[in-house]
Design a protein around this ligand. Structure first.
Ligand code: FES
Length: 578
């Protein structure tokens, strides 16, 4: 932005604000859409970055949202231009949507920088779409505002509420354990997904929508308004108006995404019982904007925060209930009153986070419980260390079983996901409920893409006893809708020769969440001897993006970004097109 002529010149003026051949070309081709001359008069050009896709059901309503954003942009004197980017639907993409988060972030970054855009509205919803859009936008550092798509309405089945994901795991275990018929299982499908929107549990999509609001990147109530509530359209309309003002104010992402904003988000994640996936995504976003954030900070900051939101998978309720109870502003107010919020962090509406939430009401203390009666005393994310995870591993205490938080037992080892699938249903598998299930080669490089298989299902012979949880350890991730005493993101991962790679059937493993310890009970000498003999497994990758990904992906403890994408490269374009 420059002010040479007395009138602010925005970035897009380098395309549309010139009288030479290039200006002709930039405007002329745009005119084939019927735009009149006055839209090129130097007003802010607002990109609407849309992850709409019919292959991504959670984001399939985002065209409607985009139309409302456009109305707001026009109203405020901007020129809205919608553009598509890669969309990752969690339920359909193989081998795992996470493989493509970084690819989509490149699409976003390059689409923003290459085009005549002064500010951008990011439309996202399903798990990976939110971090991908923020990562890409952060690497450009233009004014940006996020509009999340909102969650589906509560699932309803057999007279009770059911939650996306969370009840799928329950139902599928119930079918295996013989307490639910296949017909009932099939009936539950349409009862679970009753409207547009993303998963309505506190899964990764809802968690990331909360993170958007806690970071200051979305308007108040961005996290919780249901996808089909008319107030979601109002929020989109207002976001359109606001982004134009943000361009005038030069309110860039780097002014919002400060260290304090990340600290607020980490604490908010603890309070809402958010997904472990938020750890990886926030580390990656911080890396893009240049904030030094470490895995340890998740433990340090989150440890003192009780989980006060009673939503599945940790608790009982769903996102619709959360919105009616007051949503994130009520949670942020509670954090602020406890001294657990940096109150002065700036948000996209130009106000501080505290100004946005200091008068927020809590209308239902069953859903948003007070600090005096939390759902889980110590929420947040536990970061474990030990000879099995020298660079860390994570566990979500609010989703784990109290009786397994300190546990020493024999390992039952699966070399990869296929090995697990072959063996888990075998009645002769030597396993009981006291064992620790260990799954290898499901990390960023190993899978590749770090699949959400860390909450691997229990063996049928254990389930049939009515047992619902066992300690499980892997280098994989876990769906935010899942639950259990599950150690995830073990670093370094098995595929790069981390100690996880050399765990053997029968080894004793100690988990002590309180002491943050994850220990393989073999001597240092034995461990070193095993590691010296370890050979990397074949990847089977035959070129393409996967090859680039596996060469460059970093470990989970730093956000699993591609090494060459870390950092903010700004919005400057070095060469013109013609
Ligand atoms: Fe899209 Fe859960 S599958 S949000």
């Amino acid at each position: 932005m420059s002010e040479e002529s007395g009138k602010k010149k925005f970035r897009s003026a380098a395309w549309f604000g010139r009288t030479d051949k290039d200006g002709f070309i930039h405007r002329s081709w745009m005119r084939n859409q019927g735009w009149p001359s006055h839209v090129f008069d130097g007003r802010p050009v607002i990109g609407i970055c849309n992850t709409w896709s019919e292959l991504n059901p959670c984001n399939a309503h985002l065209r409607t949202i985009a139309e409302r954003v456009k109305i707001g942009v026009w109203e405020a004197g901007g020129f809205p231009l919608e553009f598509p980017v890669m969309s990752m639907g969690e339920t359909n993409m193989r081998p795992t949507a996470m493989l493509f988060r970084n690819l989509a972030s490149m699409d976003v970054e390059e689409s923003i920088r290459a085009n005549p855009i002064d500010g951008v509205v990011l439309l996202c919803g399903c798990d990976k779409t939110t971090p991908a859009l923020i990562m890409g936008a952060a690497s450009c550092d233009l004014p940006a505002i996020v509009v999340s798509g909102g969650a589906m309405l509560n699932g309803k089945f057999q007279g009770r509420d059911i939650g996306s994901g969370t009840d799928v795991w329950r139902f599928s275990e119930a079918v295996k354990g013989g307490t639910m018929s296949l017909q009932q299982f099939m009936e539950a499908e349409s009862c679970m997904s009753r409207s547009g929107g993303h998963c309505m549990t506190m899964g990764t999509a809802s968690t990331m929508a909360n993170m958007v609001e806690a970071l200051g990147l979305g308007l108040p109530q961005n996290a919780a308004i249901p996808a089909v509530d008319s107030r979601r359209l109002t929020l989109a309309h207002e976001a359109g108006r606001r982004i134009v003002a943000m361009v005038h104010e030069d309110l860039r992402l780097s002014r919002i995404l400060t260290r304090e904003a990340f600290e607020n988000a980490i604490r908010a994640n603890g309070a809402v019982g958010g997904s472990t996936n938020a750890v990886i995504h926030l580390l990656a976003i911080a890396g893009r904007i240049g904030v030094r954030l470490s895995l340890e900070e998740w433990d340090r900051l989150g440890r003192e925060v009780p989980t006060i939101v009673d939503l599945m998978p940790s608790g009982r309720f769903l996102m619709e209930d959360y919105f009616y109870a007051g949503g994130l502003p009520a949670v942020l107010r509670a954090l602020g009153e406890k001294g657990l919020l940096h109150k002065d962090t700036l948000t996209v509406n130009g106000k501080t986070i505290w100004e946005n939430c200091e008068n927020a009401d809590n209308w239902n203390s069953e859903v948003i419980r007070g600090f005096d009666r939390p759902l889980v005393e110590h929420g947040g994310i536990a970061v474990l260390r030990g000879n099995l995870a020298p660079d860390g591993a994570v566990l979500k205490p609010s989703a784990a079983s109290a009786h397994l938080m300190k546990h020493r037992a024999r390992a039952v080892v699966f070399e990869n996901i296929e090995h697990y699938q072959e063996r888990i249903n075998d009645p002769s598998l030597d396993v009981d409920e006291t064992c620790v299930l260990v799954l290898k080669n499901c990390g960023p490089k190993g899978y590749p893409g770090m699949a959400e298989v860390g909450n691997m299902g229990l063996p049928p012979k254990v389930l049939s006893k009515g047992v619902t949880d066992m300690v499980r350890i892997s280098d994989a991730r876990m769906s935010g809708t899942a639950y259990g005493t599950v150690v995830l993101h073990t670093c370094p991962e098995a595929a790069v020769g981390g100690p996880l790679a050399v765990v053997q059937d029968g080894d004793m493993i100690e988990l002590d969440v309180e002491a943050r310890r994850l220990h393989l009970d073999v001597s240092d000498q034995e461990l070193q001897a095993r590691l010296a003999n370890w050979r990397a497994p074949e990847t089977g990758i035959r070129g393409g993006y996967q090859e680039l990904y596996v060469k460059h992906v970093m470990q989970a403890n730093t956000g699993a970004d591609l090494d060459f994408l870390v950092g903010c490269r700004g919005s400057e374009v070095t060469r013109e097109s013609h």
